[in-house]
Design a protein around this ligand. Sequence first.
Ligand code: DHB
Ligand code: FE
Length: 285
Amino acid sequence: MATITASVYTSHVPAIGAAIDLGKTHEPYWAPMFAGYDPSRRWLKEHMPDVVFLVYNDHANAFSLDLIPTFAIGTAASFAIADEGWGPRPVPAVAGHPELASHIAQSVIQDDFDLTIVNRMDVDHGLTVPLSLMCGQPEAWPFRVIPFAVNVVQYPVPSGRRCFQLGQAIARAVASYDEPLEVQVWGTGGMSHQLQGPRAGLINREFDNAFLDRLIADPAGLAAMPHIDYVREAGSEGIELVMWLIARGAMADTAGGKAPRVAHRFYHVPASNTAVGHLILENPR
Ligand code: DHB
Ligand code: FE
């Protein structure tokens, strides 16, 4: 059977990708931010999964106002890197896992969650920046990736509760896959940030750190928080944080298992206009 071994949570600020691609990670502005991910790259080497189920949001690159899937699962064998206006990032293409992705789609849809199945999709900074932060700059990504895109860009967006329950359904799907794969679920985006309007530049450290505390210790309670609280407290783009609840819902304790172990926690302000948050949770063996 496939097993979910851990979940990883991280912001996906596009400027982080540019800092890596342009060799700026040692500059004084960036060094403290990247230092927070040194333990994560070491951790990943010791806990290398076969597949990462990577929850992220597309930023009007693969989708547009023409087509707005709430939840979209990438079932292709490979995914090209999106050109976001200045050429694709110079990172490896993403190898998918069509068999596991199709199994998850089958299981989760029969479990009453409506997914859009995507057989061709370019992936943007929402997916590639977390990969770069965790893996550095390899020739090829060291595991296969199932991209899972959530609409947090155009209202209406899904509730935290729905995301949490979907994570639980994804865990049931993985547990019923008949091959001994080690799977991690990554939740990306956030933390507090607002890129538009009179409150542009908003950062809320208190909210972000309380979110991390509750994500660890009270995820079901946190999942009840209404979307308006995200917007009010974490800014218009802070709503990306609902995606972290999908990864958290996939952990063993939400189905009666043991509480996860906190392998790493990091918080840093600023990166571009955004608060960077990061957490690694392990399921007990
Ligand atoms: C920025 C863009 C994002 O998509 C995001 O999640 C955070 C920051 C930015 O342009 O700074
Ligand atoms: Fe974003």
